[in-house]
Design a protein around this ligand. Sequence first.
Ligand code: ATP
Ligand code: MG
Length: 431
Amino acid sequence: MAQSKQAITAIRGMKDILPDEIGDWQQIEHTLKSILTGYGYQEVRLPILEKTALFSRGIGEVTDIIEKEMYTFQDRNAESLSLRPEGTAQCVRAMLEHGLIHNQSQKIWYSGPMFRYERPQKGRYRQFYQAGIESYGIKGPDIEAEQLLIIARFFKALGLEHNIKLQLNTLGCFSARMTYQKALVQYFNTRVDDLDEDSRRRLISNPLRILDSKNPQMQSLLAGAPNIVAYLSSESLMHFERLQKILLAADLEFEIEPRLVRGLDYYTETVFEWVTNALGAQGTVCAGGRYDGLVEQLGGKATPAVGCAIGIERTVALLALKKEASLVKSNLGSLAEVYCLFLNSEARLKALPLIEKVRDALPHIKLIADLAEGSVKSQFKRADKSGAKWAVIFGEDELKNNTLSLKNLREDKPQVMINQKDWVDFLVKNL
Ligand code: ATP
Ligand code: MG
């Protein structure tokens, strides 16, 4: 007797995206691509693996990502490589490597899978997808405003504008951030007993990140911490004020959140997050900001830069919630229009070339040929389930007489028989 073999499953935290869900993914990708193209952003496609040093140098040694979330391994040549945990450092690497950063401005976007070894839960995976936008070479806050307007347009196009809100903060320039950091350390040092374990560790490694803690027991302590505003230079204040002015004039609502710091080291000046209450603890759907120091840190000349990344799974989850609420099926965009049924295999043989001609003439319609063996009755059932408006029947008489029969699956009307040569015309008039 053959030994039974256990099925092999996917890796924990790495999700299969199945046909039921793919309509939402495609809608998101399509929407974003058309908006970004409209704003003159250009796509890049970059590798999934990079040298580990790119991320440790780019993101910061004492960030969560580098300390505990990276998938790092040695390749066959004993070189340390990592699956990319985010796209910004990598995009800078690529732009520098190809001479596309200095003495010019650039507007770039990318999308694809990212990898972080986190505890998997709803909205948090070990392989997840981000779409990111990055701009290089533009100093003033107008570019932050442009990116925020792009993201707002994107959420609006998906009908999600009422499900999310924009939070803004500024971290000031690097030296202001350092002075502020000292003030924070002083404050938290007098209250070490109230800090949780993570925060005590951060007090030494990355004090700013304490402000990011979601621990409810620390919230009152955090509320009493010094506010960054008092430490900002007049240039930083002007930068931040001009950004707000543009957003107000463009009717883009936002909140100032003085404790918003972001988890990565490379941010300066503006930082922002789009957040929702609908997804529990995984509430940040898009995040980003200015990172003027990163290009230099990765070996280039100091270059102003701004970017952000949208979490696609969380956007899909918001879309799904919205559709649930309005009782619209999530695969509505992928419904078929025409479904062809065949009496037997000979009928299929004769009809398939004809169907190809219809595809030539009407490339945009969704036409499904039922190629599974089965009774006409079971094919009708599948036709109905496909959402198609028309079932097209190829039976014995039809093929003998060069005709075909059409049955409207959505209205109670008698079946009609037409000449095969009139099929395209019929569909043009009746779809
Ligand atoms: P969080 O605070 O939720 O861990 P983050 O600050 O680590 O987020 P970023 O590095 O700024 O996130 O990534 C940008 C966006 O990518 C996040 O706002 C989120 O939507 C998404 N994202 C980040 N990590 C994951 C993950 N493990 N699974 C799914 N989406 C994620
Ligand atoms: Mg994280």
